[in-house]
Design a protein around this ligand. Structure first.
Ligand SMILES: *Cc1c(COP(=O)(O)O)cnc(C)c1O
Length: 419
C-alpha cells in the first residue's frame, strides 16, 4: 500500500498534486511519501513481533537520503552500511553508533578504523584476512571489535543474477563449510569479539523458500559453532525481501517472512539482526518525469521522457520493470517504448508496453522508485544529478538539490601545461 493516488483525476503524493512539484522543483525529480515510508517501517517491525530479541538495520545503500534516514531513525531503525560514506550518513541522520552494522565486501583499513573510532555496533566480516586486519587495528587502539562472520550458504535465491549474492560462485562471505575453522581462528584473536554469523543471499526475492533453506543451514552452523565451544549471541539474517513492481506481482509479505523466521529460529536463542532495504523504501517513491516528445518508431512510437538511465539505472542494469503511469490519465491507452535522452540504446525504460496515452508536455511517473533509484544516479551525458523531495501530508520539502552539470564542471580543471 502506498500514498500515491489519483484525486480528481490527478496523481497526488499524499495531499500534494504532483504537477505542483513539477512546476516548483522541475523534472525529473524523485518524490517520496513520508506516510508510506513510516507505514512500511511499521509493518516490517510488526511482522517480527514474535521474535524476542532483534535489531533492524535499514540497508541504506537502497536510499541513503538524509531526510529518509531521519524518518527511519525516528522509527527506531538502525543502519546497515557498506562504506565509510554511508557510515557518516547514518550518524548524520541521528542514528546511534551502536545501531550501525558495517557490511561490505571490500572495506578498507581506513574504513575499519573509522568504524572503530565511531563506536559502531557490529562489523560483518567478509573473509579471514579482513578479520585479522580488524583485530590488529582494534588492538592498536586498545579496543575490541564486535563482529560476526558472513557466510555464503550456497543457495540459489532465484533472483536476477546481478543481485544474487548467496551462491558459492558469488564474491560474498566465506563458504559455509569453511566457516567453522575460520571462525575458530578469528575467535582466538585478541581485539575481536566474534559473536555470531551473518548471511544475505540476494535482493528482490519473490519466494521465501531459498531464505528458509539458507536459514536452516545457518542454524546448523550455529549448533556446530556452539559444540566447538563458541558463544554465539547474534545472527544477522540480511535483507532481500522483494516488492511488487508490476500490479500483478505478489511477493511474500513481511508477515509471512516474520512467521517463517520465527518458526525456523525459535530454538536459536540469539539476537536476530535484520537488514531490510527495498521492502522498506521501494514503494515509498516515484520518479516524476515530463514527456518531451512522442516520436514514431518502426513498430510503435517512442515516448521520450526527460528522465534517463542516469536518473534511474535499474531498467538498464537489470532489465527491471517500473510501472509508468500518467499524472493526469485520460483513460486511453497506447502501445509505446519509453526511452530517455541519453545516447545509449540501453536508456530504455520499457519496450512495446501498453501505457496510459501521453503527449509532449504531459507528466508521468515511474513507480516503485524509492529503492535503488536516486542512490544510483550519475551525471552521465553531463546531465544534472536528480533532486529528491519528501512529502508529508500537505507539505513537502526538497531533501536533495538538483546538482547542475555546471557545478560538477566547476570541480574539474584543465592542466595549465596543456596549451
Ligand atoms: C543490499 C543489502 C541488503 C539489502 O537488500 P534488500 O534486497 O534491499 O533488502 C542487506 N544486507 C546486505 C549485506 C546488502 O548488501
Amino acid at each position: 500500500m502506498d500514498h500515491f493516488e489519483l484525486r480528481d483525476g490527478v496523481l497526488h503524493a499524499e495531499d500534494i498534486p504532483l504537477p505542483r512539484i513539477a512546476e516548483e522543483i522541475g523534472t525529473p525529480v524523485y518524490v517520496y511519501s513520508r506516510a508510506t515510508l513510516e507505514r512500511h517501517a511499521q509493518v516490517f517491525a510488526d511482522a517480527l513481533k514474535d521474535i524476542p530479541r532483534k535489531h533492524i538495520a535499514f540497508a541504506i545503500k537502497c536510499n541513503p537520503n538524509l531526510g529518509v534516514l531521519r524518518v527511519l531513525a525516528r522509527q527506531g531503525y538502525g543502519a546497515d552500511v557498506v562504506s565509510g560514506g554511508e557510515l557518516e550518513r547514518a550518524l548524520a541522520s541521528g542514528m546511534a553508533p551502536q545501531d550501525i552494522v558495517f557490511s561490505g565486501v571490500g572495506k578498507t583499513r581506513a574504513e575499519l578504523a573509522q568504524g572503530l573510532d565511531r563506536g559502531i555496533g557490529q562489523f560483518n566480516i567478509e573473509h579471514e584476512p579482513e578479520g585479522v586486519a580488524l583485530a590488529e587495528i582494534a588492538l592498536a587502539k586498545e579496543m575490541t571489535a564486535p563482529a560476526v562472520l558472513r557466510v555464503n550458504p550456497d543457495v540459489d535465491a532465484g533472483t536476477h543474477a546481478k543481485i544474487s549474492t548467496g551462491k558459492a560462485e558469488n564474491k560474498f562471505g566465506v563458504g559455509i563449510d569453511a566457516a567453522p575453522d575460520i571462525f575458530g581462528r578469528l575467535a582466538a584473536l585478541p581485539g575481536l569479539q566474534m559473536r555470531g554469523v551473518a548471511l544475505h543471499i540476494g535482493s528482490q526475492l519473490t519466494s521465501l523458500d531459498p531464505l528458509e533453506a539458507a536459514f536452516e543451514r545457518v542454524g546448523r552452523l550455529v549448533a556446530d559453532l556452539r559444540a566447538a565451544g563458541h558463544s554465539i549471541t547474534h545472527v544477522d539474517l540480511g535483507g532481500g525481501l522483494g516488492v511488487p513492481y508490476r500490479p500483478e506481482d505478489n511477493p511474500p509479505s513481511p508477515a509471512d517472512y516474520g512467521a517463517m523466521v520465527a518458526r525456523v529460529t525459535k530454538d536459536w536463542d540469539v539476537t536476530l539482526m535484520f537488514e531490510p532495504g527495498r521492502v522498506i523504501a521501494g514503494n515509498t517513491g516515484v520518479l516524476l518525469t515530463e514527456v518531451l516528445w512522442v516520436k514514431p518508431g518502426a513498430t510503435n512510437p517512442f515516448v521520450i521522457v526527460d528522465a534517463a538511465m542516469n536518473d534511474l539505472a535499474r531498467p538498464a542494469l537489470y532489465d527491471a520493470y517500473h510501472d509508468f503511469v500518467a499524472v493526469k490519465p485520460t483513460g486511453e491507452q497506447m502501445t509505446a517504448s519509453i526511452v530517455g535522452p541519453v545516447c545509449e540504446t540501453g536508456d530504455t525504460f520499457a519496450r512495446d508496453r501498453v501505457i496510459d496515452t501521453v503527449e509532449s508536455g504531459d507528466l508521468a511517473v515511474f513507480r516503485t522508485a524509492g529503492a535503488y533509484g536516486a542512490t544510483m544516479a550519475s551525471t552521465y551525458n553531463s546531465r544534472s544529478l536528480v533532486p529528491e523531495v519528501l512529502v508529508d501530508g500537505d507539505r513537502y520539502i526538497k531533501v536533495a538539490d538538483r546538482i547542475a552539470a555546471s557545478t560538477i564542471m566547476a570541480a574539474e580543471r584543465v592542466p595549465d601545461w596543456i596549451d
